[in-house]
Design a protein around this ligand. Sequence first.
Ligand code: SAM
Ligand code: SF4
Length: 497
Amino acid sequence: MLTKEEQLWRKQRLEQIKKWEQHCPWEDFIDDEKILHLLEAKKQPDKKEVLAIIEKAKENASTGAMLSPEDVATLANTTDPELWEAIFETAYWIKNKVYGNRIVLFSPLYISSPCVNNCAYCGFRQSNEAVITKTLSMEELEEEIKVLTDMGQKRLIVVYGEHPQSDCKFMCKSIEKIYSIKNGKGEIRRVNVNAAPLFVDEYKEIKNVGIGTYQVFQETYHHPTYKKMHPANTLKGQYKWRQFALHRALEAGIDDVAIGVLFGLYDWRFELLGLLYHALSLEKEFGVGPHTISYPRLEQAVNTPLTVNSPYLVSDEDFKKLVAIIRLMCPYTGSILTAREAPALRDELIKKGGVSQMDAGTRIAVGGYTEMQKKHIPDKQQFMIQDTRSLDEFIYDLCKQGYLPSFCTACYREGRTGDNFMPLAKHATVKNFCIGNGILTFKEYLLDYASPKVKEIGEKQVIPNYLKWLETNIPKAAKQVKLLLQMEEQGKRDQHL
Ligand code: SAM
Ligand code: SF4
């Protein structure tokens, strides 16, 4: 039950949201009928047509163009296993072309879980009495950051429920706190945010504390499903308010915004087109597409039957397909695969899906890092995760497969964000920075945090391999990176291009 104060807060905010919706300056960019019609029209794609789309996606990797809705509907309806092999290969090829063979690592940090909403799929929903919710105090937050920085983490995505306890002021205070903490050589250098949609003035406050990306997932773009999942009297029940959350963020001057769908609520093919229309609308209105796309898949949550009963649960086979299509659809956009997925599938999808960012060493209970030895605390979690490898184990597995683990935060701190960043990604030149900075941040990890076996493989194989790549492809950058590596060995930190 909500207290009187919580009810009042929700009522007042709902009124403001409804007022905003009445004067919303943008047109709904999702036409359910049109999308369904398109998917039907492309039901049996011709092999030649699919091959032509694959070629187009490759060309787009150097121009930054996106595929069309017709193209995406065609790929989503493809069934021929041979064509799928070609799509998976292309996803990997595009990822390497744009970003190089590095994987950027981050950590999710749940700061608060009380929530006034009642989303049918979420363990934190207000009516779920089986989950214990909590907001971290500043002291508890500091403890969590100590554990994270002791592991070697540099990038966070902080997560909040929608509640008066975790309003915009609280978000600013907690983010400032995180940036202020120094732990020996450790520190958090980029804080991304996943939280409820805000008003423009609130986004401006968040921008001022120096956030990286603001992430809001539409969950489902299908209007009737959205309505079923999010009760009308809740804040999240307002589709348009959420649909334009990131338009408002860009209007407020936040440079990097991130979109996503919770796969499993409705037909995955429809949702792919929803993501594309969202990206196209951001491009049209602001000239800047999404910085990243996330594709969380529905996972079990305590006392949340929909997470096992939904008629649209996505199989592993279809999940691999949708991740690869996202890579072909928006070549310049970061692609985030989370610890919701099992280790073997994650390892496979780095390649087949062209994934560029992953969380590692993840705990999602509020206060979960302080109790690191407990892999799961189901009654304090929003949902269950499957990949509980430690950061060091995760990095070892990446190294064994030949990838470069990266903790890079350079672009955002060098002002390469928003429309300064997009041309680099769109013309596939961002990897000129990514590889060098990946080497430099991985070296810091090796010097300060790595286990002996990671040190060994890192120093003997990974760093030499990627330095060689730099020497062959960008000799000038190689020279600079070698100098900065020497400085790191002498004790300097945070060296970047
Ligand atoms: N309260 C904020 C909001 O709703 O925007 C924060 C979102 S929540 C803490 C982060 C994301 O987790 C949600 O946007 C949703 O996509 C995802 N999520 C929620 N329940 C889930 C479940 N059962 N399985 C997997 N992901 C889930
Ligand atoms: Fe609240 Fe977000 Fe969970 Fe919905 S998904 S109940 S808004 S925490």
